[in-house]
Design a protein around this ligand. Structure first.
Ligand code: UDP
Length: 328
């Protein structure tokens, strides 16, 4: 019998890679997306159901049609900078939509929930290496809204037996090694795709957001993890829930921090081209350093990242960037 998994945001960057990984593992990923930021071309690995998470009746219809064994919830607004300028948009959309989805899942008898959370829930902790037990102190509405959803999942776990795996992502990068899906946002705000655009001459330059942080070269440090490795962890998280294991939080990072300048240098080496740069101000809401120190996903889920070294991530992203961009 086919096992369906409802993938919200399945047409987006991470969601589309998750659909590919789920299909490869024998599940049928049902992509639920309003296509506000996702791409119809990225739905390749299972059925598409157009809909908005704010529309509870539409959600109920989709749960009844497929009777999914689990939900993977990726759909969200996810831009730190925008969340600082427009917090109501983030609180309203991310939290209300998640509540609708959780209620619909519970009422449909779907008790397995995999949630895409973020290291932005930690805030700025002055270089502390972060793990699942680190206190969450978000400094922007994006991180705040994600932490609220984590709390919501715990409450529904206690009251309704909803089992969840919460993944706190560090910086997701790279693209499917087969270049079937990849990263494209409008507007693009992320470091690596913006840098590749600058290298390809599609933008005049990359602006470095702040050179006066208390880090080794003054620029922000982030822990980059390959999107294909990240979604492999989601399949393992799903199996964890299917095996009846308890709700659990896992950090997903490579454990290596790279500064913005180090990412620029690596891109120069991978593409063998110059990266035009402009020095800019700090971006509000940015923490100086976010690096994972967790081994829990490896120890408990058996997760083995394979492509999360910086040059592989950049070369996979570069291949996608050159080969296949979605039409808009
Ligand atoms: N960054 C930058 N210039 C850009 C975009 C990003 O210097 O045009 C920096 C940003 O300040 C952060 C890092 O690159 O330190 C990663 O930012 P991104 O937006 O990719 O991910 P985030 O850390 O916000 O999730």
């Amino acid at each position: 019998m086919q096992q369906h998994v409802l993938v919200t945001g399945g047409a987006g960057y991470i969601g589309s890679h998750a659909c590919k990984a789920l299909a490869a593992a024998g599940y049928v990923p049902v992509c639920f997306d309003n296509f506000s930021t996702g791409w119809k071309e990225a739905v390749k690995f299972g059925p598409a159901e157009e809909g908005d998470l704010a529309d509870r009746a539409r959600l109920d219809e989709v749960f009844a049609k497929y009777q999914p064994i689990a939900v993977m919830h990726f759909a969200a607004l996810s831009l730190v900078g925008e969340s600082m300028q427009n917090p109501s948009k983030y609180w309203r959309t991310n939290v209300n939509c998640a509540l609708n989805l959780i209620e619909a899942a519970v009422e449909a008898g779907c008790r397995n929930f995999v949630f895409s959370s973020t290291c932005a829930t930690y805030g700025d902790q002055d270089g502390v290496v972060l793990n699942e037990d680190t206190e969450q102190r978000p400094i922007n509405a994006y991180g705040g809204s994600k932490r609220a959803i984590e709390d919501m999942l715990r409450d529904f776990g206690a009251s309704h037996g909803l089992n969840s795996v919460i993944f706190r992502y560090f910086n997701v990068a790279g693209a499917d090694p087969d270049a079937e899906v990849g990263e494209q946002h409008i507007p693009e705000t992320h470091l690596i795709p913006l840098m590749l655009d600058a290298i390809a001459g599609k933008r005049p330059a990359l602006t470095v957001f702040g050179s006066d942080y208390a880090t080794r070269d003054g620029t922000c440090i982030r822990d980059y993890v390959h999107v294909s490795d990240l979604v492999d962890a989601h399949v393992l998280g799903l199996k964890w829930l299917e095996d009846g294991k308890p709700s659990r939080v896992f950090c997903l990072g490579s454990g290596n921090g790279f500064s913005v300048r180090e990412v620029i240098d690596a891109s120069r080496a991978v593409t063998n081209q110059d990266v035009p740069i402009v020095e800019g101000d700090r971006r509000p809401g940015d923490a100086a350093a976010l690096v994972s120190g967790s081994k829990r996903a490896t120890e408990e889920l058996g997760w083995q990242p394979k492509r999360s070294d910086l040059s592989t991530m950049i070369s996979d992203a570069w291949r996608w960037h050159q080969a296949a961009e979605y039409e808009y």
